[in-house]
Ligand binder design. Structure first.
Ligand code: ZN
Length: 78
C-alpha cells in the first residue's frame, strides 16, 4: 500500500465527503481571544463537521502563544 496522502479524505465521524474551505478559527489564550481568518480547513458535506490539518493547528497554537509573531496564516500555510 502506498503511504501517500489520500487526495479525497473522508469525514472521520460519518464518512461523508470533505470539501476544502477556509474558516475563521477562534483561539482563547487566558484572557486573550485571537481570531484567525482564512484558515485552511475541510468541511464535511454530510454532517458539517470542520476538520483542520494538524500542521495548521500547530501553527495556530504557536501564533497564539507568541502574538508578536502573528502573520498572514494564509500566506504562510501554502
Ligand atoms: Zn461528517
Amino acid at each position: 500500500m502506498s503511504p501517500t496522502r489520500n487526495p479525497n479524505p473522508r469525514c472521520a465521524i460519518c464518512g461523508g465527503e470533505l470539501r476544502d474551505t477556509t474558516i475563521t478559527h477562534q483561539v482563547t489564550e487566558g484572557t486573550q481571544v485571537y481570531l484567525f481568518e482564512h484558515v485552511p480547513a475541510q468541511v464535511c458535506q454530510a454532517c458539517g463537521e470542520i476538520w483542520i490539518e494538524e500542521a495548521v493547528l500547530q501553527r495556530i497554537d504557536r501564533l497564539a502563544a507568541a502574538p508578536a509573531d502573528v502573520q498572514c496564516l494564509r500566506c504562510a500555510s501554502s
